[in-house]
Write a new protein. Structure first.
Length: 523
């Protein structure tokens, strides 16, 4: 590279670090005009594209650089991480393997490979890799923490507690590990733990991210002690900190509902219904988080014909590839819809570990795309799990989510989102009659066998008594309800919201009429 070329690229890198993306891009393109095969410039242009939210061009640029320089480790690392971030695990894994083959001590590649193994159901292999990392350096607090998450998903609670404790011992202020303990639900903090949390929250050295995790952990600790006012105050502080860091657009869901109503017309449905991929494999469980969806998933996973996977990101990603979704659906052909359905089945294949004919995709937010499901996978099933809005709202407010669910950190926003969710589901009920089966969590608790029989009837499957013994089914569960679904069905938590009733005014006001009319139609 000439001196002038090096200088240009250095200035571009400096502009990128300063977040001057237009300036950085101008300089990189200037360099590429002089030297189109400068792979370092291609990598920097890919980084600019990725930071700007243009993932597809970023991937193309990185693949172009690697085609010219297969041993360009930094570009391969960027590609592997991009594919990981996009949840394209089947493609990311071989890239990480190549990085590890070139450098067996590559910490980042090994750590993310372990995460992929966990997320694709290879839990024991993930644990083995985490143990390798810890054998090399036992003080890796975040590795201990991540392994604790895996043990929690597998129901190995004692090992999860030990892993979180090891993490805290290595880094006492790591708030996520404290929250990991609290998120075990049945775990109880000791007096020493409570004093440690209080001390950390009083310290000016604790980061905002650690502080918000500690706030949720403190809320759980105070709740277990029966101090509802202090618990609510701690949850409120944790929510406030989280909400300030996570943007939420309250107009998004009403806007999507209006655009969906304009797109999914009787004419479009008549032209496209039944033309998608004919596979009947997927069962989508949708709704809001903390509504009982994990319990329903566990019940279905206990049926010999159904395999549970996890909350799969594939459908939102495919919807995002449709220009101007949902409006862009109007220009798609029957072949396009079949292809999208087939692509969903192909990308989710990595999650299926058995030969059972049906599988569950339990991503709650897929309620946004129920109409799309009906077009691309007309024989798939959709189960909307719904819970009393105050019970659901309080459970959301008490829960910190690692990603997503930006609406869940303010009581009024929770109420508005719940009401808007009910409206969108009503639209799907109107446009696709009978396509969605509604299961009310409160009814399931009151009459488990009756609701399970009704659910299996909708799925076209025979009743199996194992579905009522769901707590005996051994499988990984990656949601906050992991421990609850390993116990027999009970009334615990159904009315837990009542202890926080004095502080729920904003939630009730935002719900409005939905507070009385939340059940919707039942198929």
């Amino acid at each position: 590279m000439s001196e002038s070329g090096a200088a240009t690229l250095a200035r571009a890198a400096a502009a990128f670090e300063a977040n001057d993306l237009p300036g950085a891009e101008r300089l990189v393109r200037e360099r590429l005009q002089q030297a189109p095969e400068d792979v370092a410039a291609l990598r920097l242009l890919a980084a600019i594209a990725a930071r700007s939210g243009h993932d597809a061009p970023a991937e193309q640029l990185l693949r172009r650089a690697l085609a010219m320089a297969p041993d360009f480790t930094l570009a391969r690392q960027d590609l592997a991480r991009l594919l990981y971030r996009l949840h394209r695990y089947a493609e990311a894994l071989p890239e990480f393997d190549r990085l590890i083959a070139a450098d067996p001590n590559h910490l980042g590649a090994r750590n993310l490979k372990a995460s992929i193994l966990d997320r694709t159901g290879e839990h024991e292999a993930a644990i083995a890799l985490y143990h390798e990392l810890l054998a090399e350096e036992p003080g890796r607090a975040r590795v201990w923490m991540t392994m604790g998450h895996v043990f929690k998903a597998l129901g190995r609670i004692d090992e999860a507690i030990d892993a979180y404790r090891q993490s805290i011992a290595a880094e006492p202020g790591l708030g996520e590990s404290w929250w990991g303990l609290a998120n075990l639900k049945t775990f109880r903090f000791t007096a020493e733990d409570l004093a440690a949390i209080d001390g950390l929250l009083a310290s000016a050295k604790v980061s905002t991210d650690d502080r918000l995790h500690l706030g949720f952990a403190l809320g759980k600790a105070r709740e277990d002690l029966g101090d509802d006012a202090a618990a609510f105050a701690a949850y409120a502080e944790g929510n406030h900190l989280r909400r300030s860091a996570v943007p939420h657009d309250p107009a998004m869901l009403p806007s999507l509902t209006a655009r969906s109503a304009a797109t999914f017309t009787s004419d479009l449905i008549a032209r496209h219904i039944g033309v998608g991929d004919p596979a009947a494999d997927p069962i989508f469980i949708v709704g809001l988080p903390r509504s009982g969806s994990t319990l329903v998933e566990q019940i279905l996973a206990s049926h010999p014909a159904i395999e549970a996977t996890m909350e799969l990101p594939d459908l939102p990603r495919l919807a995002g590839m449709i220009p101007n979704y949902p409006g862009g659906l109007a220009s798609l052909t029957a072949a396009d819809l079949r292809q999208i359905g087939a692509r969903y089945l192909a990308t989710t294949r990595i999650q299926r570990k058995t030969d059972r004919p049906f599988f569950v995709d339990k991503l709650p937010a897929n309620f946004l795309f129920a109409g799309l499901i009906c077009l691309i996978l007309p024989n798939a099933k959709i189960v909307d799990v719904r819970r009393h809005p105050l019970g659901c709202g309080v459970s959301l407010f008490r829960q910190h989510f690692a990603t997503g669910h930006a609406f869940a950190y303010d009581l009024a926003e929770i109420g508005r989102y719940y009401a808007d969710y009910v409206k969108l589901m009503a639209l799907w009920d109107e446009r696709f009659p009978g396509a969605v089966h509604r299961l009310v969590y409160d009814d399931l608790v009151a009459d488990a066998e009756g609701e399970v029989r009704r659910l299996l009837g909708y799925l076209g499957l025979p009743f199996d008594p194992a579905c009522l013994r769901f707590h005996e089914t051994a499988r990984a569960v990656r949601t906050p309800s992991a421990e609850q679904v390993r116990r027999p069905l009970n009334m615990d938590g159904l009315d837990q919201w009542r202890r926080y009733a004095p502080w729920l005014g904003p939630l009730e006001a935002a719900l409005g009429d939905t507070l009385e009319n939340w059940r919707g139609e039942k198929a």
